[in-house]
Design a protein around this ligand. Structure first.
Ligand code: SF4
Ligand code: SF4
Length: 451
């Protein structure tokens, strides 16, 4: 049968699948890069594909689901074999109709689609699980505590390639959107510079551009376009430097704190719209802002609740009427608390009765963020883009940095392992994404130049 439509994978044992996924260096492509083979060690009831892609400008998963629908379903089946899951769910939005049409006729009996509302942050995995299964993950707990493992679309496709073809993660699909001549979604070798990616999209169309790595809500400011693409690069968003989304990210921490001290009116809108608070977590951003402003109101438990903030950015970009960023304040608290090895433990309260109605409609979000003039379709290109030089970061994942296993002067071929993780350690190996010569090895990165 044509593999493009074949959704019946061979029967494989769990260890074979995990080993193939580990060897291929598959990490969570949608977030911090958690090594996928570790997630596949859990024994759970439900494997959930998070296909919400709720960051408004990113168009990757919704198009890959159309282009590679059968591979996605086989990937879900491999993940179910490894985790013992009886049920697979692909959670996506109604507006991804081409993906729904492509997937529906291929679904085996134990995998279903779940249609999510077009709200932000439907793709926060705690919210996705709640919307798709009704189960609520307690604060600071992992999805496995409610019998679920979550991966996004690109991760599951990488799992399928790893199992079927021993194909390591050497390419990344990302969207370039905003103020560019040719907004598009494209597949590039890991390690290519964002400068080259921008050129593939025809370059910036504004005189003084600013750049965000990822989407407008959770993406981070890009300091240099020499930054290489990694296995987790979410997208490249280009906006005028004067755009509020760029300016807010350029604010230093002292300014963030002083704005909070000066103008917080304790209206508690940030808490009323905080998605984690709405589903019953203790996290209450207005109390954390107050605790930072008036330290006599800060209890250790309150401060620790900052560790459960998902950094979804709703409090800063949607809720606060006076320009405060509770999220940035939480980020500062998290940094301090983590440095002290502190952990949070707290209750799971009843969900707010209005929770589903307080999530933010994406159309409204696009207007509120001032993105309407910069919002484009960014169609998926079939072209096999390549490059002359790649910078392969040794840390593209959670855990320890990969350890180089090549030296300056070595010739490598695409797919060859160039850095590894000791057996048993948390992390993922790194592979060459082009054929070429190793021209530099540092404790941060390996440079490979075509030739
Ligand atoms: S929404 Fe803004 S002003 Fe209102 S409590 Fe939160 S931080 Fe303070
Ligand atoms: S970023 Fe703000 S709204 Fe989002 S989880 Fe954290 S405190 Fe809540």
């Amino acid at each position: 049968m044509n593999r493009a439509l074949n959704t019946t994978p061979p029967d494989l044992d769990a260890q074979t699948i995990r080993e193939a996924v580990r060897n291929a260096g598959v990490v969570g492509a949608g977030g911090a890069g958690f090594p996928a083979h570790i997630k596949l060690q859990a024994q759970i009831e439900t494997f959930l594909v998070n296909a919400a892609e709720c960051e408004p400008m990113l168009k990757v998963d919704q198009q890959l689901m159309v282009q590679q629908s059968a591979r996605l379903i086989r990937g879900v089946q491999y993940a179910m074999m490894a985790t013992g899951a009886r049920e697979g769910i692909i959670a996506l939005k109604e507006k991804y109709q081409p993906a729904i049409n492509a997937l529906t006729p291929l679904l085996p009996g134990n995998i279903r689609l779940h249609i999510l509302p077009d709200v932000y942050p439907a793709g926060d995995e705690v919210l996705t699980i709640w919307l798709a299964t009704g189960r609520r993950v307690p604060p600071a707990a992992l999805p496995v505590s409610v019998g679920v493992v979550v991966n996004n679309v690109q991760t599951v496709l990488n799992i399928a390639r790893a199992v079927e073809q021993n194909y390591p993660v050497t390419r990344r699909t990302l969207t370039v959107n905003g103020a560019v001549a040719k907004p598009l979604t494209l597949s590039v070798p890991v390690g290519i510079s964002l400068r080259e990616v921008l050129a593939l999209a025809g370059g910036a169309t504004v005189d003084e551009p600013g750049f965000i790595n990822g989407g407008p809500m959770m993406g981070s400011l890009i300091a240099s376009l020499d930054t290489p693409v990694t296995k987790t690069t979410g997208g490249l968003l280009v906006l005028p430097k004067s755009h509020p989304l760029i300016q807010r990210r350029m604010q230093d921490e002292r300014t963030v704190l002083s704005v909070a001290r000066t103008v917080c009116e304790q209206c508690r809108l940030c808490t009323d719209l905080c998605p984690r608070h709405l589903i019953g977590h203790e996290l209450s951003p207005h109390l954390l802002v107050r605790a930072v402003n008036f330290q006599q109101t800060a209890t250790p438990q309150l401060l620790l609740s900052a560790l459960t903030c998902s950094e979804c950015n709703v409090c800063e970009s949607v809720a606060c009427p006076v320009g405060i960023s509770p999220m940035r304040i939480n980020r500062m608290l998290k940094r301090e608390l983590r440095a002290q090895n502190q952990r949070y433990a707290g209750p799971l309260n009843p969900a707010d009765e209005m929770a589903k109605y307080r999530l933010v409609p994406v159309k409204r979000l696009i207007a509120k963020l001032g993105l309407t003039p910069w919002y484009h379709d960014a169609p998926l290109s079939d072209a096999e883009f390549s490059t002359k030089t790649t910078t392969l970061l040794l840390r593209q994942h959670i855990g320890m940095s990969a350890v180089p296993c090549v030296q300056k002067g070595d010739h490598v071929v695409r797919g060859q392992r160039v850095a590894d993780i000791p057996q048993g350690a948390l992390g993922a190996p790194v592979h060459a994404s082009i054929d070429g010569l190793v021209t530099d090895v540092t404790d941060q990165a390996i440079t490979v130049v075509r030739g």
